[in-house]
Write a protein that binds this ligand. Structure first.
Ligand code: BG6
Length: 512
């Protein structure tokens, strides 16, 4: 058994079809049926069906796979297939698109119209499409607004569809605050046991995010330095160049803190700062993550203005194209919703006490980039004399796009003329080393649901702890009436975010 086999073994679970071809690059999954609620919605069309199609093309499915899309629209199966093919071709830019493979994939897809809000919803219409056996893995994917999660689960329970081999996938956001998340978790939990609930944060399915764990725990080099003894500060940036698109009504009620920080950024923070779990099994991993969430220093009305910045974009130019302001994008006259947030967080534990963690995320920033930067401390004493500048080391983990790991080191600049130091990176670029297609995060996560592997999904206590921390920020903003600071589209946030770091003698790093 190679190291790689062992790694895959740890990730996979018992459900894997033993008879599957051992030689496949993809671990085949056992037969399953997946019911996608919100089947005509954006997520299903843009992400879920394309993800299933790719895994089908990669021959990861055993026989007997069925995909049943559910929505309110009273359309035929043929009309639905037409809809998803158009969406695939619009969104995927797939030069290799094969009509014959697509047609084969479509044979697995069925459609049923149910209004889940209707008390007399015809669950039998769905039941008749499902396999009568309880042996077949059954997945319910709720690509629907979270306020409907409990009711749908109750409906499934009453109709006898949530058998013991079934599992439910909940899309983020789980609620809008701690209380609503608690209610949803209670409602869903009345029908599905916690180990059958898969709360998606698609960032956990990204290749580069999983690589964070491999980098930290697959190498001995970093760990001895991974604490306040050698690290000055940590920067986490998730910048987007897109605006709010067609999601204005959702976004205006949510804002960047709820939309991005409560889930994606806090998950990245956990993976970057947690202790080494005993294994990557779901409970080991999630238990370490929750410890970080619980150790986050609360942000209150006393310090919120010093450690957070809220921003909103106004007109500007992004990547050469003129863009409207947020209010125009959303179609409202007034709004104090933040499209940008920067936070100076602290983790109150032995490893991280005193290390500022600067997080920021925003829409309509200069470019799309997600990056984790570990800024090391300077050397304790320079042997090169006072006039020689020694830049402290820095580790840049580029999560997207152009995935890379760069370690900036000091070296001697060659040549005569005295001893001069130069900062250069050891550059481990994914593109230079791998030519494989990177599967979309949903591909990995959907297959993990079928396998019964919960490692890359959020446990109930994680979601609730993340909300508790975010709620205190939201309350502090409301209490202090902290207004948004404006930034032009195409800028990397408002000046106030620079000032926040400057007051600590720090600065956000430019993209490297
Ligand atoms: C979603 C947010 O969860 O993540 C969106 O709701 C955001 O607002 C998106 O645009 C970003 O995901 P990615 O994979 O494009 O970085």
């Amino acid at each position: 058994m190679t190291q790689n086999d062992k790694f895959q073994g740890a990730y996979s679970d018992n459900d894997i079809d033993e008879a599957a071809e051992a030689s496949s690059a993809f671990l085949p999954v056992s037969p399953f049926e997946i019911v996608v609620f919100g089947g005509t919605g954006d997520l299903a069309r843009r992400k879920l069906l394309p993800a299933l199609y790719h895994r089908f093309c990669d021959k990861q499915f055993a026989k007997n796979v069925r995909i049943i899309a559910v929505s309110r629209s009273d359309i035929t199966r043929e009309a639905y297939l037409q809809l998803i093919q158009e969406s695939y071709q619009n969104f995927e830019q797939d030069e290799q698109f094969s009509k014959s493979q697509w047609d084969d994939f479509c044979k697995l897809v069925d459609y049923v119209s149910i209004d889940v809000l209707d008390a007399k919803a015809d669950w039998d219409a769905l039941k008749s499409k499902l396999d009568a056996s309880e042996q077949l893995t059954r997945v319910f994917y709720l690509a629907m607004p979270p306020r409907l999660f409990s009711d749908i689960c109750t409906g499934l329970g009453k109709a006898g569809l949530a058998h013991k081999g079934s599992r439910v996938v909940l899309e983020k956001p789980i609620g809008t605050d701690y209380d609503s998340a608690f209610e949803i978790n209670e409602g869903v939990g009345r029908v599905f046991h916690e180990n059958r609930i898969y709360r998606i944060d698609h960032y956990l399915g990204k290749e580069s995010v999983q690589n964070l764990m491999v980098l930290r725990f697959g190498n001995i080099l970093l760990e001895p330095l991974w604490s306040s003894s050698a690290i000055e500060h940590i920067e986490l940036t998730v910048a987007e160049s897109i605006g709010v698109g067609g999601r204005g009504s959702y976004y205006d009620g949510a804002g960047a803190l709820r939309d991005m920080v409560q889930n994606h950024l806090l998950q990245l923070l956990c993976l970057s700062t947690m202790e080494a779990p005993a294994s990557i099994n779901a409970d080991d991993l999630r238990t370490e993550k929750i410890k970080v969430l619980r150790a986050l220093a609360p942000i209150t009305a006393e310090n919120v203005k010093a450690v957070t910045v809220r921003g909103q974009y106004v007109k500007g130019v992004v990547e050469g194209a003129a863009k409207d302001d947020y209010l125009t994008d959303v179609g409202v006259d007034q709004s104090q919703t933040e499209t940008y947030v920067a936070i100076k967080a602290e983790i109150n534990n032995w490893r991280w006490k005193g290390v500022p963690i600067y997080m920021r995320t925003g829409k309509r920033m200069s470019s799309r980039r997600s990056e984790l930067i570990i800024q090391f401390k300077p050397v304790p004493h320079s042997i090169f004399g006072q006039d020689t500048l020694i830049n402290p080391n820095r580790l840049v983990i580029r999560l997207q796009p152009d995935e890379a790991v760069k370690l900036f080191l000091e070296i001697k600049e060659p040549g005569a003329g005295g001893l001069r130091l130069k900062t250069l990176p050891l550059n481990l670029s994914y593109a230079d080393n791998f030519t494989v297609r990177y599967p979309d995060a949903y591909e990995r996560l959907l297959m993990d649901v079928v396998r019964g592997n919960l490692s890359l999904f959020m446990r109930r206590d994680e979601v609730e702890a993340a909300w508790r921390w975010c709620d205190s920020i939201l309350e502090a903003w409301a209490e202090t009436q902290q207004a948004v600071a404006y930034y032009p589209a195409g800028a990397d946030g408002p000046d106030a975010a620079k000032d926040m770091l400057a007051s600590d003698n720090d600065a956000w790093s430019d993209s490297e």
